[in-house]
Design a protein around this ligand. Sequence first.
Ligand code: E4P
Ligand code: PEP
Length: 367
Amino acid sequence: MSTVSAPATFTLPATGATAAARLPTPAELREEIPLPPLARKTAQRARREIARILEGRDDRLVVIAGPCSVHDPAAALTYAERLSALAAEQRDRLLVVMRVYVEKPRTRTGWKGLLSDPRLDGSQDLPSGLRLARGLMAQIAGSGLPVACEFLDPLVPHYLADAVSWGAIGARTVQSQVHRQVTSGLGMPIGFKNATGGGVEDAVDAIVSASHPHVYPGIGDDGRAAVVSTAGNPDGHVVLRGGSAGPNYEAGPVADALAQLAAAGLPQRLVVDASHGNSNKDHERQPLVIDDIARRVADGEEGVAGVMIESFLAAGRQDLTIGRTDLLTYGQSVTDACVDWQETARMIEKLAAAVDARRARPQGPRH
Ligand SMILES: O=C[C@H](O)[C@H](O)COP(=O)(O)O
Ligand SMILES: C=C(OP(=O)(O)O)C(=O)O
């Protein structure tokens, strides 16, 4: 019988990576760009309200609307101003949260978002991107409009999470243990997208995993590597976004997903994304998804707690040529196609009317 003895020391191979610039620590960035008191209040209040809607204790719908990605802070602020006015008008029926997505997962390659490359010129000035992202989120939340984003890099929540009311784990990372661990320590409701193939099981697994405490290697407020311990996130939920097998916003797939949640002992409430695989990335299909959901909500459907809409000032999308921001159309997405402002307002009004109609039903939910 042969035995294998472990070497006394290990030499790690060179990684090929270089550390090009220092990032501020989370504590340094929070001190440099503090959250205004109203931003903190907005973030905390919306977290609680979203959780109540997910629990079915508040009969409003959550509406997560905004650009696929933020590439121009000025256009994002113009959009925020309009959305904020509409959110205030509909606050008794809807809880509107703005997508302020500063990190983009890519299927293969492409611009990875404002945080990675804030000048859109390939210089990848991450320290500036991080500052810009935090400043923008602080300003939007500080205007009273709650902020949503996708958490992609596991270090980034340490810098931004206090400004955020709703977080997403995307279809490309929903199976990742790293992301499940990170979200288990975040203080806001987290929507887990179904995987790109359409499978909801991965999102259900992620909710269960993230609801448990975890211990993992991460960083502390001082930026030093640390053992991070989390308490578990009780507000994980599924986001149906369709997939390569087709859309899943219709009543049948929603009922199937709710059954999977019930089988896992989880609350039967979820969010439907009108974009991505549910629109086949065609922005003109998003209103069809919202119309269908609004009709079902008006008829009394209660499994859908909220919707996501990819929306910006101008309709459609445009290709980004790195280094040529002069070629860009103002207020139009450089990633996935979005509906324009007029269509966004129409969709939001339709959802508000659906909540009213559900309330008016004799056997409708109590509120
Ligand atoms: O939501 C945005 C995109 O669908 C996601 O970032 C993937 O983009 P890509 O397939 O263009 O890389
Ligand atoms: C990348 C996104 O979605 P998904 O993970 O569903 O592709 C998104 O919402 O921006």
